[in-house]
Design a protein around this ligand. Structure first.
Ligand code: C2O
Ligand code: CU
Length: 511
């Protein structure tokens, strides 16, 4: 053979080379396109983890979640029947709202305001919410962020219900088992609907006989403390607390305490600190901290979706204490008319890994029934036909992301390992996880139970939970644009199925 190639041969070779590049790309592009309608249980990459109980899942049907005879539909995973202790109707609308005099914006309201009304219950109450979508285009739902509700009430469009279209309604029923601070928001096109204000606070007061984890001093302060929900939300560039810009005054006499329930409904972290007084961090994500010591000059960094309850005592000298919310709003606790001026964010951060004192976890993380990895990465490829750098979970891109399969009663360990170059606030529905370690350093303070955990780039968290709430549960990033970009996985219980569908033609877009 001669080294000289004819022009024809050269063209053929060039064509073959081009085809060798283009054909796999086209295949990749094609296979990345999500089907028009699909079930979450049929697309994911099933993972059974490692551990002694993985074998018990063998023989179950995997994809589809079990054979028809033994399957349980998400629709059957409901609260007990019977009369509700708290019953209300929440009606969502698209309308213009006024954020400050003369400043209006297009928003979604609940019962005419954004945030919507605070839903209040006492621990143990059966809550029944009738949700009406009056005018939110494309449908809407209500998800009870941080509340371990029965799966049928979880409000995820395409997983636990269909989005409620304009003119429709849907009833949510759940028992408010755990006292604490939570919030509700739409889980249909949530990156847009949450941003535009389809949300509100939930406060569950402890039952009368419930012991406090804070100790006698905290119990005494809480006895006459004022309860202050402080839902923080940005509308465009304006940060608001309870729907208004600027400071939120809370008039109390010197020496009186306020329990400020900070709720971060935005996509980034919210640093919170107190100027003019010390504070205690009473609760994180709805769970009391055990023996919270008083601290000063520390910022509490609240992840997207997370909550922090701060106990602040109005100073004895008649001045006001300022609970600073990111530096542009504050809850001002002190006598009527007391003045205060903004303070700077302290350089030190309160580390939940060491804050408070240990207490029993109620599970043995050293003997898990099942262990999973949740490795967050970023890789070039196609996502639903779109080329780019995309989030990966254990190497997969959406919708081919893990379905972490568990059985009821499992003690589950999960290692969240963020190698994506960006921080992610990770949120598991229907369960609270306890932090065991961060970057190999064991937790040594109060049990740190969380549902919204900030995982910085390069960090590795080991967490554990008990699989005690059957269903199909999202486990996703609460920087909601990241969820639309595919940073979503699911925890699913063996044998649970869903009749609801996702995909372009389904009308359901939970992210
Ligand atoms: Cu705040 Cu999946 O939700
Ligand atoms: Cu993220």
């Amino acid at each position: 053979m001669t080294a000289e190639r004819s022009p024809v041969v050269r063209r053929v070779v060039a064509g073959l080379v081009a085809a060798a590049v283009v054909v796999p790309l086209v295949l990749l592009w094609q296979t990345s396109r999500a089907p028009g309608r699909f079930s979450v249980t049929e697309t994911g990459a099933f993972e059974r983890g490692s551990g002694p109980r993985t074998a018990t899942l063998e023989g179950h049907a995997g994809h589809g979640g079990g054979n028809a005879a033994t399957a349980t539909s998400v629709d059957a995973l409901v609260a007990p029947t019977g009369p509700a202790d708290v019953a209300l109707t929440l009606t969502a609308r698209a309308e213009r709202v006024e954020l400050a005099p003369g400043v209006t914006t297009d928003a979604y309201t609940v019962n005419g305001t954004t945030p919507g009304p605070t839903v209040r219950a006492v621990q143990g109450d059966l809550v029944e919410v009738t949700f009406v979508n009056e005018s939110v285009p494309g449908g809407a739902t209500l998800h009870w962020h941080g509340m371990d509700v029965p799966n049928a009430a979880d409000g995820v469009a395409g997983v636990t219900q269909d989005a409620v279209s304009v003119g429709g309604s849907h009833t949510y029923r759940f028992v408010a088992d755990d006292a604490g601070t939570y919030w509700y928001h739409s889980h249909q096109v949530s990156h847009e609907q949450v941003r535009k204000g389809l949300l509100g606070a939930v406060v569950v007061a402890p039952a009368d006989d419930a012991p406090t984890a804070g100790g006698p001093e905290v119990a005494r302060l809480l006895d006459d403390a004022v309860d202050v929900p402080a839902l923080v939300h940005r509308y465009g560039a304006r940060r608001t607390v309870q729907g208004t810009t600027g400071d939120l005054p809370v008039a109390v006499p010197p020496g009186t305490a306020a329990r400020v329930r900070v709720i971060n409904t935005d996509n980034g972290v919210l640093p919170v600190w107190v100027g003019g007084a010390g504070f205690r961090l009473l609760a994180v994500d709805g769970t009391d901290v055990h023996d919270p010591p008083e601290v000063r000059d520390r910022a509490v960094v609240v992840p997207a979706g997370g909550r922090a309850d701060l106990l602040v005592v109005a100073p004895a000298d008649g001045a006001a204490a300022r609970v600073e919310l990111g530096g542009s709003s504050a809850v001002v606790v002190g006598p009527d008319g007391a003045t205060s001026s903004p303070t700077r964010r302290p350089t030190a951060t309160l580390d939940l890994l060491t804050y408070g004192t240990p207490a029993p976890l109620g599970l043995d993380p050293a003997a898990p029934d099942r262990s999973f990895d949740y490795v967050i990465g970023r890789a070039p490829g196609f996502l639903d036909g779109k080329p780019g750098m995309h989030w990966t979970v254990n190497g997969h891109t959406y919708p081919d992301v893990p379905m972490f399969e568990v059985a009821r009663g499992d003690v589950v360990r999960m290692r969240i390992d963020n190698r994506s170059g960006t921080p992610h606030p990770m949120h598991l529905h229907g369960h609270h996880v306890v932090v065991l370690s961060r970057d190999g350093v064991a937790a040594s303070g109060s049990p740190w139970w969380t549902d919204s955990l900030e995982v910085a780039d390069g960090e590795v968290y080991d967490v554990a939970f008990v699989a005690d709430n059957p269903g199909i549960w999202m486990d996703h990033c609460h920087n909601l644009p990241h969820a639309t970009e595919g940073l979503v996985a699911h925890l699913m219980y063996t044998g649970v199925t869903t009749p609801y569908l996702l995909g372009h033609d389904s009308g359901n877009v939970p992210e």
